[in-house]
Design a protein. Structure first.
Length: 310
């Protein structure tokens, strides 16, 4: 008997990536901290972000090395523009690493000296009310010792530096993409591309889950037809159609698994997680994704038609 669809969880790219484009003015200019645990969480998320972006830059350097050499000989202004953004990227990462190291040391000091009053209920309430405000006043300094205020100021200064340099970093990546696009090439960051694919898949999987009620009715019809007569033409027809739906289910499962493993698949094909390709060209993994995506959409429309015809 046909089994109900199971919604498979899509593996989401692990790590916090900060997006500072059109909505940057709506984000806090400093870290919103409630206690030392929230500070630790911010530190760890930034550590993960830094690890991933350093890896991306390593792949980026390898991906554009050949093009940089060509542009240096044939189009020096483009070479200079690319070199300028690469320098900004490296400088931003270095500044983030420096500020992050300072935050780690402060977190250690706070844990070693719990009697120094840094966080309190007031800062907790302010965090909740100011989280998405354009002006974030940060941790309350009212009634705090000079030592505590000095630590609070340092926390705010370092976090502001991290956020600002993340903005610069992302802006430089966008500039690199624009420069290559103007020259007729696409600069692809596979990790970001796969994140977008995973989000698209989540939408498809949600639509798939909505078919479960239809499939419940199909299972009931199969049971009723088999109880009545296994050899009737109606029973044979309904079994054939259920087998067809099972085939569709397998195709969707395969696509979901493909997207779950796509970062590794694409990385192997491209020999890295960043690459440059002509604007009108696609990699094999991209063509497969788009074709299977359309097939998934087709199946979502086809299954209700099959069930309603029984």
């Amino acid at each position: 008997m046909f089994q109900l669809f199971k919604v498979i969880r899509v593996s989401i790219y692990v790590g916090t990536l900060f997006l500072f484009q059109n909505c940057s003015s709506q984000l806090p200019s400093i870290w919103v901290l409630r206690d030392v645990q929230s500070l630790d969480a911010k530190v760890m998320s930034t550590v993960q972000w830094l690890k991933i972006e350093k890896s991306n830059v390593k792949f980026l350097d390898k991906a554009i090395k050949k093009k940089m050499g060509v542009y240096r000989k044939t189009n020096f202004p483009v070479y200079l523009a690319l070199e300028k953004e690469i320098e900004k990227i490296n400088k931003s990462l270095k500044n983030i690493e420096t500020n992050l190291s300072k935050q780690k040391k402060i977190a250690g000091q706070i844990r070693r000296r719990p009697k120094i009053k840094i966080f309190d209920n007031a800062s907790l309430n302010e965090s909740k009310t100011k989280l998405f405000s354009k002006k974030n006043i940060g941790i309350s300094k009212s009634g705090k010792s000079e030592r505590a205020i000095k630590i609070i100021n340092a926390l705010e200064k370092n976090s502001a530096g991290i956020i600002f340099n993340q903005q610069l970093y992302n802006n430089s990546l966008e500039q690199l993409i624009k420069i290559f696009k103007k020259e007729g090439y696409s600069l692809i960051f596979i990790r970001e591309e796969v994140k977008e694919f995973a989000q698209e898949l989540k939408g498809l999987m949600y639509e798939r889950s909505k078919l479960n009620s239809l499939l419940d009715r199909l299972n009931l019809k199969i049971s009723e037809s088999l109880l009545a007569s296994e050899e009737s033409s109606y029973s044979k027809t309904i079994l054939n159609l259920s087998q067809k739906i099972e085939g569709y289910s397998e195709q969707m499962n395969e696509f979901e698994n493909y997207v779950n493993n796509l970062e590794s698949i694409a990385g192997k094909e491209c020999k890295g997680l960043v690459y440059v390709i002509k604007n009108d060209m696609k990699k094999k993994y991209q063509n497969k994704y788009y074709n299977d995506f359309l097939n998934y959409q087709f199946i979502l429309k086809e299954i209700p038609k099959i069930v309603s015809s029984i």
